[in-house]
Design a protein around this ligand. Structure first.
Ligand code: FES
Ligand SMILES: [Fe+2]
Length: 446
């Protein structure tokens, strides 16, 4: 449970709020590359309460700028992409991706007025299908060397989806391992071979047991976590028998992302990005360790669930998430079909636009959520006090932020703590691109 003030602190994302200032200390996803057409690569975006414009110039460089022209305030959404930048159609002022004003055609030839006017702009970079921007103070931080960033483009696929609630609700469902045994319960296990690229349709390599069966049969996992240099590593432990422990390792990295195992070969990195305090995007980079990703198939599967260009889920609050009471009685736990994104969508949106955390009752199974809130409040306080918050990445330490390792595996009951990382290392050793796992774990670096 949080106080009203704490809840406001951790859920606010506006430019002038302490929560918003923390979120702005990190690179944040702004758009999928596929959202920018080749003919006119310009897209209005709303991010953390700011109305902005993303565009790509003729050289391929991205700019994320204020939406309105600094001359007299015209809407640059209708701007012309030409002459090395974005030109306002009202009086022809031309801006480059950095916001510099290159031309003011109606001003006297010898005027230097254009050097005094700037369009506010944020640095951007494109990685594996996603455009990221840095909207914070000072120089932009370095990018961490996480798997989703270092993997070749051929081994990744990116997508996004709209969620009608505050970003922290999405993050907290990702660090809440016990919900998977209920919300995502499958009464029948499907053949993983027929469900390429879908979540929870895989089996543990060591035993061949489908993950859906593990989740269903062992619904009271033990949860452990450790604080790391990037955030939290969470262990979800299910004791299969006297000798074997099912170990699921998931991660959250600061301040708004999670890394989870998705299939035997794939993992998922997901950011939860505020559009405003009451609406969000999830952005995902699916990353394959072995083969190239079948992007066409993965995209087709997601277009069956989401509409474009608004990336809204076809099953949503307006149609009761497809709820069917007969289905709930006979076939699925939620009565909302078999796509786990729909289940999560319902779960997070049903908490309200901004969950009232003064009215909840957290138990032992919520320990990672509780730990994260404590760390989040500290990070917000640090940023406000001028101290570098957790996971501040610089050129000198970027290579230390590797992985993070996410895996579903079976280890021995006695030695799972030592064994899980070895299992992860073995799987990664077969990859053409994945770096070896980092052996340092936990805040003490053991
Ligand atoms: S309002 Fe944009 S050039 Fe005048
Ligand atoms: Fe979930």
């Amino acid at each position: 449970m949080l106080s009203k003030e704490q809840n406001e602190l951790v859920t606010s994302s506006g430019a002038g709020t302490p929560g918003g200032q923390l979120l702005r200390r990190y690179w944040q996803p702004v758009a999928l590359v596929e959202e920018l057409s080749d003919a006119r690569p310009l897209l209005p975006v709303r991010l953390m309460g700011e109305d902005l414009l993303l565009f790509r110039d003729e050289s391929g460089a991205y700019g994320l700028t204020n939406r309105h022209c600094p001359h007299r305030g015209a809407d640059l959404k209708y701007g012309r992409l030409e002459d090395g930048g974005l030109r306002c159609p009202f009086h022809g002022w031309l801006f480059d991706v950095n916001g510099a004003c290159l031309q003011q055609p109606a001003e006297p030839r010898d005027s230097n007025f254009h050097t005094k006017v700037h369009l506010k702009s944020y640095p951007c970079r494109e990685i594996n299908g996603v455009v990221f921007a840095y909207m914070g103070p000072g120089e932009a931080p370095a990018m961490p060397a996480f798997d989703c960033f270092v993997a070749p483009g051929s081994h990744t696929f990116a997508f996004k989806g709209f969620v009608d609630c505050n970003w922290l609700q999405l993050l907290e469902v990702g660090i809440d391992p016990s919900h998977a045994s209920f919300l995502h319960r499958f009464f029948d296990d499907q053949d993983p071979a027929e469900n390429y690229g879908r979540q929870f349709q895989f089996q543990t390599e060591e035993t061949g047991i489908p993950i859906t069966k593990v989740l269903r049969d062992f619904d009271c996992p033990e949860i452990e976590f450790e604080e790391t240099e990037y955030g939290l590593r969470i262990f979800t432990l299910r004791r299969l028998n006297d000798a074997e422990m099912h170990v699921r390792v998931t991660n959250m990295f600061y301040p708004n992302a999670a890394v989870i195992p998705m299939s035997n070969d794939m993992m998922l990195t997901q950011w939860h990005v505020p559009i405003s305090d009451t609406q969000s995007w999830w952005y995902a980079i699916f990353t394959s360790f072995e083969g190239e990703v079948d992007k066409e198939l993965m995209r087709r599967d997601r277009l069956a669930l989401y509409t474009v260009p608004d990336y809204k889920p076809r099953k949503n609050k307006a149609n009761n998430y497809g709820f069917d009471a007969d289905e709930q009685r006979q076939r699925t736990y939620t009565g909302m079909g078999e796509d786990i994104n729909v289940h999560d969508q319902w779960a997070v949106e049903s908490l309200g636009p901004i969950q009232d955390r003064t009215q909840e009752h957290l138990g032992t199974a919520d320990k990672a959520i509780i730990a994260n809130r404590r760390m989040l409040i500290k990070a917000i306080d640090d940023a406000a006090a001028g101290i570098d918050p957790i996971m501040t990445v610089s050129k000198t330490n970027a290579a230390d932020f590797m992985g993070p390792v996410a895996i579903d595996t079976v280890a021995s009951v006695e030695n799972w703590r030592d064994e899980w990382l070895g299992h992860a290392a073995k799987r990664r050793a077969g990859s053409s691109w994945a770096p070896g796992v980092k052996l340092k774990t936990g805040a003490d670096g053991e």
